[in-house]
Design a protein. Structure first.
Length: 108
């Protein structure tokens, strides 16, 4: 039996959506784990001021997934640390596969 946590990825209009919890003002930008509730934790170096952290999140997720930043959108939680991201033109199962290969780290 695997102890690996599962992502909560849903089908969205034209792609897939998933939740992230953002930690700002971190020492480095990185994927920081999958929480028990299936939410991906992301550390960002930017502060939330003037949307800098949101811009960095979009750029980082796009770079991490190897897609264009214009395919990543924050659809909920723009002013919160908990956000819902939509990724255009990707099936939920493909997104989950990519994220699982990128987040192979110990549980928190």
């Amino acid at each position: 039996m695997s102890n690996k946590r599962e992502f909560k990825i849903t089908k969205a209009s034209g792609g897939a959506a998933f939740s992230v919890r953002v930690v700002t003002r971190a020492s480095r930008t990185e994927l920081a784990g999958v929480q028990e509730d299936g939410i991906l934790k992301v550390r960002l170096t930017e502060s939330p001021d003037d949307g800098a952290a949101n811009r960095q999140l979009i750029e980082f997720i796009a770079q991490t997934l190897g897609i264009s930043p214009n395919k990543v959108e924050i659809v909920a939680g723009e002013n919160s640390r908990d956000k819902l991201l939509s990724i255009d033109e990707i099936a939920p199962e493909i997104l989950e596969e990519k994220l699982m290969t990128l987040t192979d780290f110990p549980e928190e």
